[in-house]
Design a protein around this ligand. Structure first.
Ligand SMILES: *Cc1c(COP(=O)(O)O)cnc(C)c1O
Length: 384
């Protein structure tokens, strides 16, 4: 897409542009690589734009939500309610009531939450369907963000599952949810994680004699953000998964396998576009001051849990053909040095009014950013 045309469509800068053809292509690639029958869920929090979720819904088998707001977005799609699951620590009573009333699967994160679910079931007058989110007894290496293993607020410790089930009972239990980490680009770590996840699920099913409709093995497939990142070998991941799924099916023919992915479906399909407001020189360095910043795109500024700040891929669209390239630092309009979108990046020479483009921006964008900080307008989101 011509980004000048996109800017006209957006009406103002900064804006996010999501290319749905790229999302569709990614889902098709996944379907081709994954073993038949594995259910593909979309974790809405990666990009909850309602129009995007609407268009993605018919291409996936289910949706995973993490709040009441996301639940309402998911309920607005045609996805089967039994394929909508609600995860996350600290679910409030009204959220649990909404999930039960809507007939979606609650991924229970603790014994206390299960006890509350039982009470609310009675109040709502409907049986809950739930899965146990299990905090695995292994840790996944290579994850940009670890979500399990060790002590964590997520899920029920694997060794405590028996105790939790002894309490209020297992009526309505339909699945297990084991999510070990996200943003993983290491094939060896991911495949080891898949094997350990199936092994744990198998152990729990046997030990506690569980009768499950599904086991959700998480996902965590990463996308390359930085120059030295190598894209995941999806075919090799798929081959490994096929072996494990085959073994699982021999032992548990009635328990479906679910893979839940967020950024892998949408992250590479989006760009964040802002306009140069000023060229500024300071002590031998050139700064491009643009109208978008960390308040619109926290992750690209390196402040979304990153340990080391590295530049997202950045490019430019100049009004006049620019033969000359230069090294610049791209900064937003906030009064903090944290508001940096690209440090010492090489770009074609940009003038005031030209567009600076941050790539790999389709996931964890506006809704993962402090949009109210300093009171600037929120970014526009365009889905084409
Ligand atoms: C955030 C989250 C995801 C999605 O993570 P990605 O890295 O975007 O794939 C999946 N499952 C759960 C439980 C999550 O909290």
């Amino acid at each position: 897409m011509d980004l000048n045309l996109a800017a006209d469509i957006a009406g103002r800068t900064p804006f996010y542009l999501y290319d749905f053809a790229a999302v569709r292509h990614r889902v098709a690639e996944l379907r081709a690589a994954l073993p038949d029958g594995v259910l593909l869920h979309y974790a809405i929090k990666a990009n909850p734009m309602p129009a995007l979720v609407q268009r993605l819904a018919p291409l996936v088998d289910g949706l995973d939500v993490a709040s009441h707001g996301e639940l309402l977005t998911a309920l607005g799609t045609a996805v089967d309610r039994e394929q909508i699951s609600f995860a996350g620590p600290g679910k409030r009573d009204p959220e649990l009531a909404a999930a039960i009333a809507a007939g979606v699967v609650v991924n229970v994160e603790s014994g206390d939450e299960l006890a509350r679910l039982r009470r609310i079931e009675t109040a709502v007058g409907r049986s809950a369907r739930f899965a146990l989110r299990v905090n695995p007894d292994f840790q996944l290496s290579g994850s940009g963000m670890t979500m399990g293993g060790g002590a964590t607020q997520f899920g029920i410790d694997a060794e405590a599952v028996g105790e939790v089930l002894r309490g209020p009972g297992r009526r309505g239990l339909c699945g297990l949810h084991i999510f070990a980490g996200s943003q993983n680009l290491r094939l060896d770590a991911l495949t080891t994680g898949v094997s350990q996840t199936f092994e744990l699920a198998d152990r729990l099913v046997r030990e506690h004699r569980l009768d499950l409709a599904h086991v959700n093995i998480g996902g965590g497939l990463g996308i390359p953000y930085f120059p030295r990142d190598e894209a995941l070998d999806l075919a090799a991941y798929g081959r490994h998964l096929a072996v494990e799924v085959e073994r699982w099916r021999r032992r548990h023919p009635d328990t479906a396998v679910v893979l839940e992915l967020g950024r892998y479906l949408v992250g590479e399909a989006g760009v964040f576009v802002s306009r140069v407001v000023e060229r500024k020189h300071s002590r031998g360095e050139t700064f491009l001051v643009v109208d978008g910043g960390m308040h619109h795109h926290l992750a690209a500024s390196g402040n979304f849990g990153q340990v080391v700040r590295r530049n997202y891929p950045v490019s430019a669209v100049t009004a006049k053909p620019a033969d000359e390239r230069e090294t610049v630092t791209v900064v937003g309009p906030l009064c903090t040095p944290l508001d940096t979108l690209g440090r010492r990046v090489e770009l074609p020479r940009c003038e005031v009014g030209d567009l600076v483009v941050v790539h790999q921006s389709g996931a964890y964008g506006p809704t993962a950013s402090p949009v109210h900080f300093l009171g600037h307008p929120a970014p526009v989101e365009v889905l084409l």
